[in-house]
Design a protein around this ligand. Sequence first.
Ligand SMILES: Cc1cc2nc3c(=O)[nH]c(=O)nc-3n(C[C@H](O)[C@H](O)[C@H](O)COP(=O)(O)O)c2cc1C
Length: 168
Amino acid sequence: MKMSIVFSSLTGNTKKVAEEILQIMPKGTDIYDLKELDHGLEDELLVLGYWVDRANPNKEMVEFMETFKDKKIITFGTLGAYPDSDHANETKENTTNILEKNNEVLGNFLCQGKINPKITEMFMKGGEGKVHKMTPERLKRHQDAASHPNEEDFNNARNFVESILMNL
Ligand SMILES: Cc1cc2nc3c(=O)[nH]c(=O)nc-3n(C[C@H](O)[C@H](O)[C@H](O)COP(=O)(O)O)c2cc1C
C-alpha cells in the first residue's frame, strides 16, 4: 500500500514528529511539507501532521484535509496543552469530524510542543481580553511544553503509528 506523510509546522515541533514517524514507515514512503507540496497524492494511506490552533488542526491543514476522499488517514499533532486534557480530546474529535465524512480515520495522536515565546509574552501582557490572560496554570503549561516534543513523545508517536500499520 502506498503511503505518504504530509505535515504543516510553523516552528518545527510537528516537523520533528513527522521525521520520527517516517523512521517506522514502510520503505518508499514519501514525506512532504504541506507548504512545498505542489501535486496531488494518489496514496491509499496518508499520515497527516498539524499544529493545534483553537482545538483544531491549523487552517492550512484543515483546507488540505477537506480535499480527500476514500483515503485511510492517521493524524498526529503537537499542541501547547497537555495531551490528556479535554482540549486535546476536543482537538482529536474535531479532526475526526473534518475527515470522517469522506475517509476512514485510523487514529489520532497528539503530544505537547513548545509554544512560541512570543505567544507566552502576549499572554503575560494581558493579550486581547479575558481569554488571553496569563494564569499560574497557563504559565506552568507553557513551561512544561518548552521541553517537548521529547524522546518519549517521539517514541509514543512511532509506536502509535506502527501499531496501526501492523493491524491493517
Ligand atoms: C496562533 C497560535 C495558536 C495556538 N493555539 C493553540 C491552541 O488552541 N491550543 C493549544 O494547545 N496550543 C495552541 N498553540 C500552540 C501550538 O499548537 C504548539 O506550540 C505547536 O507545537 C506548534 O507546532 P509547530 O512547531 O509545528 O508549529 C498555538 C500556537 C499558535 C502560534
